[in-house]
Design a protein around this ligand. Structure first.
Ligand code: MSP
Length: 520
């Protein structure tokens, strides 16, 4: 048994941030979680063992205050918020393998074990501290954080505080961290975020304050070695990434180190400076990659609850269907830059890409097989140059998708390539005009070949799109009358070859008009 465990290959482990429960989730939270879900589905399809972790960050002053405002106990507040998150993940077809909440005993135990280990090895010390404290960021800030003499808006109210606290000797690990980042160029991605962290490391790091006096904040994990304090919420939250895969248990090796911490750029510093130095100090292996995407903006501002400019993904899912939301956030949200969210942009993608390009292709092809061949897929026959070109685009799309775009989490590129294939296939229909071939008895074999190749292309598209749009893929599978799509990697076999009887054709995306409700 032990030997078996040692030989067991490490599974693919992907995480999202654990979200604060002081407010309901919005499109920003949904986007990172959808991105992780797409990666998890892509890997599962390839037969990989996958662990997809998301969850909630339930301690800290903001949660305590949110509960106080509503006149409920903090845990009751967290339970209610957890319900909202779980409902949203279900509505968005998110299939996580674990949903961690930092108030769970399994997590508190691991946080205390890590703290104790760091304390025992001299990595923590207690000292008085006087400084500026941002309530909304829950962190001490320094003069270096001021921009043109002012605190940036996202710090909210900044107060001067003096108190004794526990500190982690983060600065001791600065040189190691800088070297590690330099020696591992793809550890922090994309490149602009990596450079941002390297620039921060050009200046001396302060040690990290990792405690809060219980007198000021009761809602946290007690320090195991000093009853007057609870753990700083970031130190607590980051540890979730090792709690969930079973830190201290035999199964931990099956998952850790994580293959990808997926986050947005707002929490780059805790993930690329606090967390790696904490792990280094505790003698735990580093994550394989930290990947930070950009923000959704509304005009010039970040979409955020505090600015009151959020988009509720449930509204869009109700109007356009879950898959349209999933498609949009994968197609439009950029990795290295911010993206402006507008309803026009959403509608344009929905109508042009989904209803028009993909929807029409699927509907036309399946309907024509019914009309001209009684719903049974004909034989492909000898390829013409036009067929060879379609096949070339399909092969290249498949190869790039598997070898580069998907493993690199470059969803915009993956979908761009998939849509190039959709466009090529639509052009193939127009070039070959099956409706004309159908009128010419001498062209029967050619019509067979065109229809068969279109069905094969649609089956491939279903396979490529499944991680992004699982229910659309299921609809396409039903119309093709195949139980599921085989993985589209080098082992790809067309599940709807000659002689296969198709299901009924029906439109997969109705066109949507601005302001109107559209049935999903
Ligand atoms: N609780 C911390 C994370 C701890 S992880 C150990 C936290 N929570 S949060 O609720 O504020 O979530 C931040 C994350 O939500 C971002 O990193 C991103 O994944 C997502 N987003 C929130 N607003 C966003 C946008 N406007 N745009 C894109 N994603 C955003 O920070």
């Amino acid at each position: 048994m032990l030997q078996l465990r040692l030989l067991m290959p490490k599974g693919f482990f992907i995480t999202t941030p654990i979200y604060y429960v002081n407010d309901r989730p919005h499109l920003g939270h949904a986007s990172t979680t959808i991105w992780a879900d797409v990666q998890a589905r892509f890997r599962r399809r390839r037969g990989e063992k996958v662990f997809f972790l998301t969850g909630l960050d339930e301690h800290g002053i903001k949660v305590q205050q949110a509960a106080q405002r509503r006149g409920v106990e903090p845990l009751a507040h967290c339970d209610e918020m957890a319900g909202h998150y779980c409902d949203l993940w279900k509505a968005l077809d998110i299939r996580c393998d674990d949903f961690i909440r930092t108030t769970e005993p399994r997590h508190m135990k691991v946080v205390q074990a890590v703290l104790q280990k760091l304390c025992d090895t001299g990595q923590l010390y207690r000292k008085p501290y006087r400084g500026w404290y941002s309530k909304s960021a829950e962190q001490f800030v320094t003069e270096k954080d001021r921009v043109e003499g002012k605190w940036p808006a996202h710090f909210g109210e900044v107060l001067e505080l003096e108190e004794e606290n526990w500190f982690f000797r983060m600065s001791d690990h600065q040189e190691w961290l800088r070297r590690y980042i330099q020696e591992n160029p793809r550890w922090i991605r994309p490149e602009n975020r990596r450079n941002q962290i390297l620039a921060i490391l050009d200046r001396p790091l302060d040690d990290l304050c990792i405690s809060r006096p219980k007198a000021r904040l009761a809602w946290g994990i007690p320090l195991p070695f000093d009853p007057e304090y609870v753990t700083y919420v970031w130190f607590d939250a980051l540890v979730n990434y090792i709690t969930a895969p079973g830190f201290g248990e035999a199964r931990f090796k099956e998952w850790w180190p994580t293959d990808c911490h997926l986050i947005a750029k707002d929490i780059l510093v805790p993930h690329c400076i606090y967390w790696p130095t904490m792990l280094h100090a505790a003698g735990i292996e580093q994550p394989k990659c930290i990947l930070a995407h950009g923000w959704w903006l509304m005009g010039r501002d970040k979409m955020s609850k505090s600015l009151g400019n959020i988009v509720d993904p449930r509204d869009y899912a109700a109007r356009f269907g879950t898959d349209a939301v999933r498609y949009f956030v994968c197609r439009e949200l950029l990795l290295a830059d911010d993206t402006d969210f507008t309803e026009e942009r959403f509608l344009a993608r929905f109508n042009a890409d989904l209803a028009n390009d993909l929807g029409n292709l699927v509907n036309r092809a399946i309907s024509m097989v019914h009309r001209y061949r009684g719903g049974v897929v004909p034989a492909t026959g000898e390829p013409t140059p036009a067929d060879a070109d379609l096949a070339k685009v399909a092969r290249e799309t498949r190869d790039d998708y598997h070898a580069r775009h998907m493993p690199n989490v470059e969803y915009g590129k993956a979908l761009e390539a998939v849509w190039a294939l959709v466009t090529r296939a639509n052009r193939y229909v127009d070039e070959n005009a099956p409706w004309k071939l159908a009128k010419d008895p001498a062209a029967a074999a050619r019509l067979d070949g065109v229809l068969a190749r279109l069905i094969e292309t649609i089956a491939l598209l279903g396979s490529l799109l499944e991680p992004f749009m699982p229910s659309t893929a299921a609809k396409i599978a039903a119309q093709l009358n195949v139980p599921e799509f085989p993985c589209s990697d080098e082992r790809w076999v067309n599940p709807a070859g000659a002689g296969h009887a198709l299901g009924r054709a029906s439109p997969i995306f109705p066109r949507a008009v601005a302001g109107e409700k559209s049935a999903p």
